[in-house]
Ligand binder design. Structure first.
Ligand SMILES: NC(=O)c1ccc[n+]([C@@H]2O[C@H](COP(=O)([O-])OP(=O)(O)OC[C@H]3O[C@@H](n4cnc5c(N)ncnc54)[C@H](O)[C@@H]3O)[C@@H](O)[C@H]2O)c1
Length: 324
């Protein structure tokens, strides 16, 4: 089975590629940035085969080169720009061009390549702040109210791909991934909102003190669970829906994560930053979210998160060879 993965040098893609290679699949890894050397070395020890192709998702010619590298069965489109407020102000053109038009170019290439399925991750951010009384985000029950340009482009892309998939008869899945954390997260230069979990994890490994801004609650999903869900959607023989929640199914906050980290890493210290202190563990979401209802993806694919329990996630992360 060969999967073309765009945004292959990014966080979610690296975790997914690792899982695909671990079971012996072939991956065409497409990104405008190279795969990090550490990942390339780790992946070379796995039974699958990775073919790297450099290029830009906005370029039909670059995508055609990727499709020519191997016979592609399905596509995971994970290239994105996750803009924070500064980038929203300074360069909304590139954010929209990559996130929306890039996805359209990938759709066209997938169609021309005759693939069986296109999985294009969306995001929990499309829901925005939960309306009062919301217990869990539901795909049909919760009306999306995206509040950042990133989230607006994710919702627009999701709806565009679902429509075009129906028009052209291409099976499309747009899983709304929760806030991911875990191995392979790193600075890509195009994500302005790195997870607070990573900052806490790095502080724990350095033996330092972590200062939290706000412990923000939400559906934080361990990236290896997100990767398993994406693969379940790539593998499903048929799907009668396109929109899925893909999260841990529970709401946790960053303080709970720090507590789990402190249970495993002796000497790790953390606390809320005082009014005159600069926080070192920063959450970018200014409101609390709720858990995502993940019954739809479970029923469609059998997916169940293995690391919804924070202690298990921390243990796996500490044991993983991937850097944070
Ligand atoms: N990280 C999360 O918490 C999270 C949560 C919800 C959804 N998602 C979704 O998961 C997917 C992957 O996000 P991520 O967090 O891994 O991002 P990331 O920033 O780690 O990786 C994005 C990758 O896309 C590449 N890229 C950007 N522009 C490109 C272009 N024009 N051409 C080719 N490659 C390009 C970058 O080089 C980078 O390697 C996205 O669809 C994102 O919306 C992520």
């Amino acid at each position: 089975m060969t999967t073309l993965v765009t945004g292959a040098a990014g966080f979610v893609a690296l975790a997914t590629i690792e899982a695909l290679l671990a079971r012996g699949d072939t991956v065409v890894a497409f990104d405008r940035a190279p795969i990090p050397a550490e990942a390339r070395a780790a992946f070379a020890r796995l039974p699958g085969r990775m073919v790297e192709v450099g290029g830009d998702v906005r370029s039909a010619a670059d995508l055609a080169r990727a499709f020519a590298a191997a016979p592609v069965d399905r596509v995971l489109h994970a290239a994105v720009i996750t803009a924070g407020p500064a980038r929203e102000r300074s360069d909304p053109e590139t954010v929209v061009a990559v996130n929306v038009q890039g996805a359209l170019a990938v759709f066209r290439a997938a169609l021309a390549g005759g693939v069986a399925r296109l999985v294009a991750p969306s995001s929990v951010s499309v829901y925005g702040a939960p309306p009062p009384g919301t217990i869990a985000f539901g795909e049909d029950e919760t009306w999306p109210r995206p509040s950042s340009l990133y989230a607006i482009t994710k919702l627009a892309t999701e709806q565009m791909l679902v429509r075009l998939g129906a028009v052209h008869g291409l099976s499309v899945a747009t899983p709304r991934i929760g806030s991911a954390y875990g191995p392979w997260e790193r600075e890509t230069g195009v994500r302005d909102t790195l997870s607070p979990h990573r900052a806490a994890f790095l502080a724990a490994r350095r033996g330092g003190l972590a200062l939290l801004n706000r412990p923000t609650r939400g559906d934080h999903v361990y990236v290896r669970d997100a990767a398993a869900g994406l693969i379940a959607l790539l593998d499903a023989p048929s799907l009668d829906r396109s929109v899925f929640n893909l999260g841990s199914g529970v709401a946790t906050d960053v303080a709970e994560f720090c507590r789990a980290l402190a249970r495993r890493v002796p000497g790790f210290r953390w606390r809320a930053a005082g009014p005159d202190e600069t926080p070192t563990v920063v959450t970018h979401v200014p409101f609390d979210r709720v858990a995502m209802d993940i019954r739809r993806i479970r029923d469609a694919t059998g997916f169940r998160p293995r690391f919804a329990d924070l202690d298990q996630a921390v243990e796996d992360w500490l044991a993983s060879t991937a850097s944070a």
